[in-house]
Write a protein that binds this ligand. Sequence first.
Ligand code: SAH
Ligand code: TMP
Ligand code: ZN
Length: 405
Amino acid sequence: MKPCLICSREVEPFISFGRMPIANGFLSADDFPGEYYFELQAGFCDRCKMVQLTELVDRERMFHDNYPFFSSTSTRMAMHFESFAHEVISRRIGGDDPFVVEIGSNDGIMLRHFVQSGIRHLGIEPSANVAAAAQDKGIRTICRFFDAELAEEIVAEHGQADAFLGANVMCHIPYLHSVLEGIEILLKPSGYVLFEDPYLADIITKTAYDQIYDEHALYFSLASVQYLFSRHGMEVVDVQPQNVHGGSMRYIIARRGAHPVTAAVRFLVEKEQAQGLDRRETFADFRIRVERSRDELLLLLRQIQKEGKGVAGYAATSKSTTVLNYCGITPDLLPYISDTTPLKQGRFSPGMHIPIRPYEEFKNHFPDYALLFGWNHAEEIMAKEEAFMAGGGKWILYVPEVYVQ
Ligand code: SAH
Ligand code: TMP
Ligand code: ZN
């Protein structure tokens, strides 16, 4: 039992994936002996309703000067962040010389639109290599972890912010109270917080267990986000489901009473209760489905191997680390994974040590089957891979269940 990251009540894990390496810890053969492992387990807090990891990895192990995730690799996400930026510009900021802060701004995939519109902006990005990529594009970026202390410094230098933004980053931060204290300091009285992350209801209903890995310390529902922000004098005023990363939720938050609360918030509160996101049994059922998914995927890969067919992994996503290690998918079942990120190529996947090869390897020698670890980018990828499918190539997917297509 571990104290809840949000409300300190004891949290009991509802699922364990066993010994797990760092999801983005792609490594060279020399590094195998010293590879870091931790126990990947998720628990549900009965009081504040937050689903969370019960063992955490130090942030410096995950976010550093060699962080291999560059947001701009996906064109679909680039379009998504263009529309996110325009929602902020057209609906959430205004007046004279507005100022926008984004945490986890990575290579500047969203902030570049504020640069283009001449809006005062600041990115907070602790991973030095991706922060440098943003700086090279003329995007103002500080290479630090955001917390209350940094918020004080930002206000002293730039004044308070009209909008505080974050995408796929709040769920990475187990010390969220310090971030929220920072927001209290940083945000103008009428300012907005807009953040989005993979949505708990989508993870549970789609059995998307691969969203659970070291970097994702928290799995938000509206209920848990409401609890968290209410402890800092703020409230959720709107919610907008997003069709990215397998189902995300954007939460729009303001200081209590500053802006009206939309009907969408009230509807979603009721929907989550109907879905049982506030009950322990929902997570026990999820665990049973996850175990079944693991067994079926392994069975399928063994069958393909027996038939002497070729298979390759497609996209060495962070999520794939959970699947590979939890299912025990070894290089004899999956000889390589194709990925477009140069930093991952020539390295090995964490834990199972499957070689990561450049995309050209896949393109030049199509396998019979491709195990799609980038299932959240399925539309974009399948559109790109018509030749693979036309030649008889088949996709293996495991969300929402194991199937071949
Ligand atoms: N917003 C981008 C990147 C998400 S990856 C997108 O949606 O594609 C998460 C990013 O958050 C990483 O680049 C990581 O370095 C950064 N990060 C982690 N902890 C942080 C913190 N405390 N403050 C600001 N950024 C943080
Ligand atoms: P993500 O699912 O965590 O965003 O990881 C994306 C990874 O997938 C990244 O390493 C790049 C890789 N990728 C490809 O190899 N080909 C593609 O077409 C896409 C969209 C992603
Ligand atoms: Zn709690």
